[in-house]
Write a protein that binds this ligand. Structure first.
Ligand SMILES: NC(=O)c1ccc[n+]([C@@H]2O[C@H](COP(=O)([O-])OP(=O)(O)OC[C@H]3O[C@@H](n4cnc5c(N)ncnc54)[C@H](O)[C@@H]3O)[C@@H](O)[C@H]2O)c1
Length: 315
Protein backbone atom coordinates (compact mmCIF):
# COMPACT_ATOMS: atom_id res chain seq x y z
CA UNK A 1 0.00 0.00 0.00
CA UNK A 2 1.12 3.55 -0.71
CA UNK A 3 0.22 5.81 2.22
CA UNK A 4 0.27 9.60 2.54
CA UNK A 5 0.75 10.81 6.11
CA UNK A 6 0.01 14.53 6.44
CA UNK A 7 1.74 16.04 9.47
CA UNK A 8 4.12 13.10 9.09
CA UNK A 9 7.04 14.81 10.84
CA UNK A 10 5.03 15.48 14.00
CA UNK A 11 4.83 13.40 17.16
CA UNK A 12 2.07 11.01 16.09
CA UNK A 13 2.83 11.27 12.37
CA UNK A 14 6.45 10.15 12.67
CA UNK A 15 5.40 7.05 14.62
CA UNK A 16 2.73 6.25 12.03
CA UNK A 17 5.40 6.55 9.30
CA UNK A 18 7.80 4.24 11.19
CA UNK A 19 5.12 1.62 11.83
CA UNK A 20 3.82 1.44 8.27
CA UNK A 21 7.33 1.39 6.79
CA UNK A 22 8.19 -1.50 9.12
CA UNK A 23 4.99 -3.26 7.94
CA UNK A 24 6.37 -3.07 4.37
CA UNK A 25 4.33 -0.18 2.96
CA UNK A 26 5.42 2.85 0.94
CA UNK A 27 5.03 6.06 2.92
CA UNK A 28 5.04 9.72 1.90
CA UNK A 29 5.19 12.19 4.79
CA UNK A 30 3.86 15.65 3.93
CA UNK A 31 4.65 18.29 6.52
CA UNK A 32 5.02 22.07 6.46
CA UNK A 33 7.24 22.00 9.59
CA UNK A 34 5.06 24.73 11.09
CA UNK A 35 6.32 27.03 13.86
CA UNK A 36 4.29 25.49 16.71
CA UNK A 37 7.57 23.91 17.83
CA UNK A 38 11.08 23.54 16.43
CA UNK A 39 11.41 22.21 12.89
CA UNK A 40 14.72 20.54 13.92
CA UNK A 41 12.75 18.41 16.38
CA UNK A 42 10.33 17.39 13.64
CA UNK A 43 13.12 16.56 11.20
CA UNK A 44 14.84 14.45 13.85
CA UNK A 45 11.53 12.59 14.39
CA UNK A 46 12.00 11.26 10.85
CA UNK A 47 15.52 9.86 11.39
CA UNK A 48 14.43 6.21 11.43
CA UNK A 49 11.93 6.62 8.58
CA UNK A 50 14.71 7.96 6.35
CA UNK A 51 16.49 4.58 6.59
CA UNK A 52 13.83 3.13 4.28
CA UNK A 53 13.99 3.46 0.47
CA UNK A 54 10.19 3.23 0.57
CA UNK A 55 10.00 6.55 2.45
CA UNK A 56 9.72 10.04 1.00
CA UNK A 57 9.51 13.34 2.84
CA UNK A 58 7.77 16.27 1.14
CA UNK A 59 8.00 19.66 2.80
CA UNK A 60 4.70 21.24 1.91
CA UNK A 61 1.42 22.60 3.10
CA UNK A 62 -1.98 20.90 2.89
CA UNK A 63 -3.45 24.32 2.01
CA UNK A 64 -1.22 24.60 -1.08
CA UNK A 65 -3.04 23.22 -4.14
CA UNK A 66 0.17 23.18 -6.24
CA UNK A 67 1.89 21.09 -3.61
CA UNK A 68 -1.01 18.64 -3.51
CA UNK A 69 -1.08 18.41 -7.33
CA UNK A 70 2.57 17.37 -7.26
CA UNK A 71 1.86 14.36 -5.03
CA UNK A 72 1.39 10.89 -6.51
CA UNK A 73 -1.88 8.98 -6.19
CA UNK A 74 -1.90 6.99 -2.95
CA UNK A 75 -4.08 4.16 -1.63
CA UNK A 76 -4.90 5.86 1.65
CA UNK A 77 -4.29 9.02 3.67
CA UNK A 78 -3.70 9.45 7.37
CA UNK A 79 -4.54 13.12 7.86
CA UNK A 80 -2.73 14.38 10.95
CA UNK A 81 -1.55 17.81 9.75
CA UNK A 82 -3.01 20.42 12.06
CA UNK A 83 -2.24 23.42 14.14
CA UNK A 84 -2.12 21.62 17.48
CA UNK A 85 -2.38 22.90 21.06
CA UNK A 86 -5.63 23.58 22.91
CA UNK A 87 -4.71 26.57 25.09
CA UNK A 88 -2.99 28.82 22.50
CA UNK A 89 -6.02 28.47 20.23
CA UNK A 90 -7.98 30.69 22.64
CA UNK A 91 -5.77 33.69 21.93
CA UNK A 92 -4.86 32.99 18.32
CA UNK A 93 -7.73 31.07 16.70
CA UNK A 94 -7.17 31.99 13.04
CA UNK A 95 -4.24 29.69 12.21
CA UNK A 96 -6.30 26.86 13.70
CA UNK A 97 -9.27 27.62 11.49
CA UNK A 98 -7.03 28.09 8.48
CA UNK A 99 -5.03 24.86 8.81
CA UNK A 100 -7.49 22.54 10.52
CA UNK A 101 -10.63 23.54 8.61
CA UNK A 102 -9.50 25.14 5.33
CA UNK A 103 -6.51 22.79 5.06
CA UNK A 104 -8.74 19.76 5.55
CA UNK A 105 -11.16 21.13 2.93
CA UNK A 106 -8.28 21.58 0.43
CA UNK A 107 -7.01 18.07 1.09
CA UNK A 108 -10.49 16.63 0.59
CA UNK A 109 -10.79 18.38 -2.76
CA UNK A 110 -7.55 16.70 -3.82
CA UNK A 111 -8.78 13.34 -2.46
CA UNK A 112 -11.89 13.70 -4.63
CA UNK A 113 -10.02 14.58 -7.81
CA UNK A 114 -7.58 11.68 -7.33
CA UNK A 115 -10.28 9.14 -6.43
CA UNK A 116 -8.59 8.17 -3.17
CA UNK A 117 -10.80 5.69 -1.32
CA UNK A 118 -9.63 5.71 2.30
CA UNK A 119 -8.93 8.55 4.73
CA UNK A 120 -8.17 8.38 8.45
CA UNK A 121 -8.58 11.70 10.28
CA UNK A 122 -7.05 12.67 13.62
CA UNK A 123 -9.90 14.19 15.57
CA UNK A 124 -9.66 14.82 19.28
CA UNK A 125 -11.27 14.03 22.62
CA UNK A 126 -11.54 17.81 23.02
CA UNK A 127 -14.71 17.75 20.87
CA UNK A 128 -16.55 16.35 23.94
CA UNK A 129 -15.73 19.45 25.99
CA UNK A 130 -16.98 19.23 29.56
CA UNK A 131 -19.07 16.14 28.94
CA UNK A 132 -20.92 15.27 32.19
CA UNK A 133 -20.76 11.51 31.45
CA UNK A 134 -17.77 9.91 33.19
CA UNK A 135 -16.79 7.90 30.12
CA UNK A 136 -17.18 9.73 26.79
CA UNK A 137 -19.01 7.74 24.12
CA UNK A 138 -19.11 8.60 20.41
CA UNK A 139 -22.89 8.99 20.63
CA UNK A 140 -22.59 11.70 23.33
CA UNK A 141 -23.40 15.29 22.34
CA UNK A 142 -20.39 17.38 21.31
CA UNK A 143 -21.86 20.81 22.00
CA UNK A 144 -19.79 21.65 25.11
CA UNK A 145 -16.50 22.44 23.34
CA UNK A 146 -14.23 24.83 25.23
CA UNK A 147 -11.67 26.00 22.68
CA UNK A 148 -11.29 27.07 19.04
CA UNK A 149 -9.01 24.03 18.60
CA UNK A 150 -11.86 21.70 19.64
CA UNK A 151 -14.21 23.62 17.36
CA UNK A 152 -11.92 23.10 14.35
CA UNK A 153 -11.62 19.37 15.06
CA UNK A 154 -15.40 19.08 15.18
CA UNK A 155 -15.69 21.01 11.92
CA UNK A 156 -13.12 18.66 10.42
CA UNK A 157 -15.32 15.70 11.34
CA UNK A 158 -18.33 17.38 9.70
CA UNK A 159 -16.38 18.10 6.51
CA UNK A 160 -15.25 14.49 6.34
CA UNK A 161 -18.74 13.21 6.92
CA UNK A 162 -20.15 15.20 4.02
CA UNK A 163 -17.23 14.07 1.84
CA UNK A 164 -18.02 10.44 2.67
CA UNK A 165 -21.70 11.03 1.85
CA UNK A 166 -21.08 12.87 -1.40
CA UNK A 167 -18.09 11.05 -2.90
CA UNK A 168 -18.17 7.67 -1.21
CA UNK A 169 -14.64 8.03 0.14
CA UNK A 170 -14.32 5.74 3.16
CA UNK A 171 -13.48 7.78 6.25
CA UNK A 172 -12.67 7.02 9.89
CA UNK A 173 -12.35 9.87 12.40
CA UNK A 174 -10.26 8.93 15.42
CA UNK A 175 -11.00 10.96 18.57
CA UNK A 176 -7.59 10.66 20.17
CA UNK A 177 -7.34 11.12 23.96
CA UNK A 178 -4.06 12.78 25.19
CA UNK A 179 -1.32 10.89 23.35
CA UNK A 180 2.08 10.53 25.06
CA UNK A 181 5.29 8.57 24.59
CA UNK A 182 8.68 9.02 22.93
CA UNK A 183 8.84 12.18 20.71
CA UNK A 184 5.80 13.64 22.48
CA UNK A 185 5.23 17.30 21.63
CA UNK A 186 7.22 19.56 23.96
CA UNK A 187 4.14 21.63 24.88
CA UNK A 188 2.16 18.67 26.23
CA UNK A 189 1.90 17.64 29.89
CA UNK A 190 4.25 14.74 30.68
CA UNK A 191 6.98 16.03 28.30
CA UNK A 192 6.60 19.63 29.48
CA UNK A 193 6.50 18.61 33.16
CA UNK A 194 9.51 16.32 32.76
CA UNK A 195 11.52 19.17 31.22
CA UNK A 196 10.51 21.66 33.92
CA UNK A 197 11.32 19.16 36.69
CA UNK A 198 14.76 18.42 35.24
CA UNK A 199 15.54 22.13 34.86
CA UNK A 200 14.50 22.76 38.47
CA UNK A 201 11.75 25.11 37.24
CA UNK A 202 8.28 25.58 38.68
CA UNK A 203 5.60 23.30 37.32
CA UNK A 204 2.38 25.25 36.65
CA UNK A 205 -0.56 23.23 37.95
CA UNK A 206 -3.92 24.47 36.69
CA UNK A 207 -6.68 23.67 39.19
CA UNK A 208 -6.53 21.51 42.30
CA UNK A 209 -4.67 18.56 40.74
CA UNK A 210 -7.89 16.54 40.79
CA UNK A 211 -8.48 16.98 37.06
CA UNK A 212 -7.62 13.97 34.94
CA UNK A 213 -6.71 12.69 31.51
CA UNK A 214 -7.10 9.44 29.68
CA UNK A 215 -3.47 9.16 28.50
CA UNK A 216 -3.02 7.05 25.38
CA UNK A 217 0.38 5.54 24.72
CA UNK A 218 1.66 6.28 21.22
CA UNK A 219 1.87 2.59 20.19
CA UNK A 220 -1.85 2.27 20.95
CA UNK A 221 -2.59 5.36 18.83
CA UNK A 222 -0.61 3.82 15.95
CA UNK A 223 -2.46 0.53 16.41
CA UNK A 224 -5.77 2.40 16.17
CA UNK A 225 -4.66 3.78 12.79
CA UNK A 226 -3.86 0.22 11.63
CA UNK A 227 -7.27 -0.98 12.83
CA UNK A 228 -9.03 1.95 11.14
CA UNK A 229 -7.25 1.33 7.83
CA UNK A 230 -8.28 -2.33 7.95
CA UNK A 231 -11.87 -1.35 8.68
CA UNK A 232 -12.40 1.54 6.30
CA UNK A 233 -13.79 0.86 2.84
CA UNK A 234 -15.54 2.83 0.11
CA UNK A 235 -18.68 4.54 1.43
CA UNK A 236 -17.96 3.93 5.11
CA UNK A 237 -17.94 6.74 7.69
CA UNK A 238 -17.66 6.50 11.45
CA UNK A 239 -16.13 8.13 14.51
CA UNK A 240 -14.05 6.17 17.04
CA UNK A 241 -12.58 6.90 20.45
CA UNK A 242 -8.89 6.15 20.87
CA UNK A 243 -7.90 6.11 24.52
CA UNK A 244 -6.54 3.85 27.24
CA UNK A 245 -9.93 3.76 28.93
CA UNK A 246 -8.73 5.00 32.33
CA UNK A 247 -8.21 8.39 33.93
CA UNK A 248 -4.93 9.44 35.54
CA UNK A 249 -5.23 12.44 37.85
CA UNK A 250 -3.00 15.42 37.17
CA UNK A 251 -1.48 15.30 40.65
CA UNK A 252 -0.92 11.53 40.33
CA UNK A 253 0.83 12.00 36.96
CA UNK A 254 3.11 14.71 38.32
CA UNK A 255 3.96 12.72 41.47
CA UNK A 256 4.77 9.58 39.50
CA UNK A 257 6.89 11.52 37.01
CA UNK A 258 8.81 13.29 39.79
CA UNK A 259 9.34 10.00 41.63
CA UNK A 260 10.69 8.28 38.52
CA UNK A 261 13.04 11.20 37.90
CA UNK A 262 14.10 11.26 41.55
CA UNK A 263 13.12 14.94 41.88
CA UNK A 264 10.68 16.86 44.02
CA UNK A 265 8.41 19.23 42.12
CA UNK A 266 8.16 22.94 42.80
CA UNK A 267 4.52 23.54 42.04
CA UNK A 268 2.97 26.86 41.03
CA UNK A 269 -0.74 26.56 41.76
CA UNK A 270 -2.94 28.32 39.21
CA UNK A 271 -6.70 28.60 38.76
CA UNK A 272 -8.27 26.11 36.32
CA UNK A 273 -7.60 27.02 32.66
CA UNK A 274 -10.72 28.06 30.74
CA UNK A 275 -9.80 25.92 27.70
CA UNK A 276 -9.19 22.75 29.75
CA UNK A 277 -11.77 20.03 30.06
CA UNK A 278 -11.82 18.90 33.71
CA UNK A 279 -11.51 15.17 33.23
CA UNK A 280 -11.52 12.74 30.31
CA UNK A 281 -12.03 9.03 29.85
CA UNK A 282 -12.83 7.18 26.65
CA UNK A 283 -15.63 4.69 26.42
CA UNK A 284 -13.97 2.17 24.13
CA UNK A 285 -16.90 -0.19 23.50
CA UNK A 286 -17.54 1.04 19.94
CA UNK A 287 -13.85 1.03 18.91
CA UNK A 288 -13.38 -2.43 20.40
CA UNK A 289 -16.38 -3.98 18.70
CA UNK A 290 -16.13 -2.31 15.28
CA UNK A 291 -12.37 -1.75 14.86
CA UNK A 292 -11.02 -4.45 17.15
CA UNK A 293 -9.01 -1.69 18.89
CA UNK A 294 -7.59 -2.81 22.23
CA UNK A 295 -5.12 -0.55 24.08
CA UNK A 296 -2.21 -2.51 25.50
CA UNK A 297 -0.08 -0.05 27.47
CA UNK A 298 -1.07 1.25 30.89
CA UNK A 299 0.25 4.57 32.18
CA UNK A 300 3.12 3.27 34.38
CA UNK A 301 4.57 1.19 31.53
CA UNK A 302 4.04 3.95 28.95
CA UNK A 303 5.68 6.47 31.23
CA UNK A 304 8.78 4.32 31.56
CA UNK A 305 9.03 4.09 27.73
CA UNK A 306 8.68 7.88 27.57
CA UNK A 307 11.36 8.39 30.22
CA UNK A 308 13.79 6.03 28.48
CA UNK A 309 13.52 8.25 25.41
CA UNK A 310 13.51 11.51 27.39
CA UNK A 311 16.67 10.58 29.32
CA UNK A 312 18.67 10.24 26.10
CA UNK A 313 18.10 13.95 25.39
CA UNK A 314 18.28 14.97 29.08
CA UNK A 315 21.01 12.81 30.66
N1 LIG B 1 -1.04 14.64 20.63
C1 LIG B 1 -2.27 14.48 21.11
O1 LIG B 1 -2.48 14.22 22.30
C2 LIG B 1 -3.45 14.60 20.18
C3 LIG B 1 -4.74 14.35 20.71
C4 LIG B 1 -5.83 14.46 19.86
C5 LIG B 1 -5.66 14.76 18.54
N2 LIG B 1 -4.41 15.01 18.04
C6 LIG B 1 -4.27 15.33 16.64
O2 LIG B 1 -3.34 14.43 16.06
C7 LIG B 1 -2.61 15.11 15.04
C8 LIG B 1 -1.12 15.01 15.31
O3 LIG B 1 -0.85 15.58 16.58
P1 LIG B 1 0.62 15.68 17.16
O4 LIG B 1 0.52 15.70 18.62
O5 LIG B 1 1.48 14.69 16.48
O6 LIG B 1 0.99 17.15 16.70
P2 LIG B 1 2.28 17.71 15.97
O7 LIG B 1 2.16 19.20 16.05
O8 LIG B 1 3.49 17.08 16.51
O9 LIG B 1 2.06 17.22 14.47
C9 LIG B 1 1.33 17.95 13.53
C10 LIG B 1 2.20 18.15 12.31
O10 LIG B 1 1.44 18.84 11.32
C11 LIG B 1 2.31 19.73 10.65
N3 LIG B 1 1.52 20.77 10.00
C12 LIG B 1 0.91 21.83 10.61
N4 LIG B 1 0.28 22.56 9.68
C13 LIG B 1 0.48 21.95 8.49
C14 LIG B 1 0.07 22.25 7.17
N5 LIG B 1 -0.67 23.33 6.90
N6 LIG B 1 0.44 21.41 6.18
C15 LIG B 1 1.23 20.34 6.44
N7 LIG B 1 1.65 20.01 7.68
C16 LIG B 1 1.28 20.82 8.70
C17 LIG B 1 3.21 20.27 11.74
O11 LIG B 1 4.42 20.80 11.22
C18 LIG B 1 3.41 19.04 12.61
O12 LIG B 1 4.61 18.36 12.27
C19 LIG B 1 -3.13 16.54 15.00
O13 LIG B 1 -4.14 16.61 14.04
C20 LIG B 1 -3.72 16.72 16.39
O14 LIG B 1 -4.72 17.71 16.39
C21 LIG B 1 -3.30 14.92 18.85
Amino acid sequence: MKLLVTGGAGFIGSHVCDAFLADGHEVIALDSLDEHYASETKLSNLASARDYNSFEFVKGDVRDSDCLLGLPVVDAIVHLAARSGVRPSLHEPWPYVDVNVNGTRKLLHWVGTRGICRVIFASSSSVYGNNPNPAFAESDPVDRRLSPYAETKHQGELLLKSEAMSSGTGIACLRIFSAYGPRQRPDLAVHKFARLLCNGDEVPLFGDGGSGRDYTFIDDVVESVRCALNWVEKGAFDVFNVGAGETVLLREMLDRLARELGLSPKVRQLPPHEADVYSTRADLAHSRVVLGYQPKTGFPEGLSHFLKWFRVGNP
